[in-house]
Design a protein around this ligand. Structure first.
Ligand SMILES: NC(=O)c1ccc[n+]([C@@H]2O[C@H](COP(=O)([O-])OP(=O)(O)OC[C@H]3O[C@@H](n4cnc5c(N)ncnc54)[C@H](OP(=O)(O)O)[C@@H]3O)[C@@H](O)[C@H]2O)c1
Length: 274
């Protein structure tokens, strides 16, 4: 990896983004990390710089606010940093019936999961072209392959990420930019998500992975230019069965699974109607 180029990771102070940052740092990749203000991002950045002897910069910014992706872009330009790898990780999860959620929550989820991914990709495309080979890793979810109750808006945003990534990959292939999408199953990233994961049935619990296990698979897959990265043997098996079993049986099994799951979002507990 060249030393004067940077990997930009959104949502990097916690969870999967943090694990991806550590994995990249351990491969001596320089980093630009973006997360919400006041979440200890700068301490994390300092730790990475010292432990792994890399260059790293933290940018505290709420990416759900209009214009803030542009501010991130401008900050990076002002610092004269070159980006050759963009990891669109930031995302808000949820598990709740549609009518239990507030429209403000769904709008924020769509903005973060869809708009931020799209805008960041658009803004950094020229940079990625200039510093080819360039890489884009978009974080989708296994849930984009299944039509699950309580995952209607979340699953749809991840279907967007999946479809966007696959189409863009075909456009950018000749520009030496690799676009990969990773579709993880459940990961124990934060307390709320871990609590949801523990309430799933034994089979889904067995497929749950730690973000530290998934991060090396993600970066390895991206550098090997894989189109779709599905981490974990059981998750791959679920996808295989998904293709094989009839849809009425799938609906019955996933319905059994989802009906008893408590309603939460990855932002905070019991954030239903606010
Ligand atoms: N966890 C799972 O089971 C799972 C499964 C499949 C896919 N995924 C996907 O993996 C990605 C990461 O999920 P996660 O579970 O690791 O999430 P997480 O633990 O909630 O971490 C999200 C990260 O994004 C940051 N963030 C949240 N809102 C932000 C905003 N408006 N502006 C800037 N940064 C913001 C958070 O900063 P703060 O620490 O300041 O909040 C945190 O660093 C998401 O795209 C998610 O959909 C997760």
């Amino acid at each position: 990896m060249k030393t004067n180029v940077y990997t930009l990771i959104t949502g990097a102070s916690e969870g999967f983004g943090k694990a991806l940052a550590i994995e990249c740092a351990s491969r001596k990749m320089n980093l630009i990390l973006v997360a919400l203000p006041g979440t200890g991002l700068n301490c994390f950045v300092e730790m990475l710089k010292q432990k792994y002897a890399i260059e790293a910069v933290g940018i505290e910014m709420d990416l759900s606010v209009d214009g803030n992706c542009n501010l991130v872009f401008q900050t990076i330009k002002n610092k004269k940093l070159a980006v050759n790898m963009l990891i669109n990780n930031v995302g808000i999860g949820s598990t709740m019936l549609f009518e239990e959620g507030s429209i403000e929550f769904f709008q924020r989820q769509i903005k973060i999961n869809i708009m931020t991914t799209t805008v960041m990709t658009y803004l950094f495309l020229q940079d990625l072209k200039k510093h080819s080979p360039g890489y884009i890793l978009n974080v989708g979810s296994l849930s984009c392959f299944f039509y699950l109750m309580k995952k209607q808006v979340y699953g749809a945003t991840k279907s967007y990420v999946y479809s966007f990534s696959k189409s863009l990959r075909r456009e950018l292939d000749s520009e030496l930019i690799n676009v990969s999408v990773i579709c993880p199953g459940p990961m124990n990233t934060n307390k709320t998500v871990t609590a949801i994961n523990e309430s799933f049935n034994w089979l889904t619990r067995m497929s749950t992975m730690n973000p530290e296990e998934v991060a090396p698979i993600a970066i390895e897959g991206l550098l090997k230019r894989k189109e779709v990265i599905v981490p974990g043997k059981l998750n791959k098996l679920f996808l295989f069965f998904d293709m094989m079993i009839p849809s009425f049986l799938k609906d019955f099994l996933t319905g059994l699974q989802m009906r008893n799951i408590q309603s939460v979002t990855s932002m905070e507990n019991n954030l239903c109607k606010n």
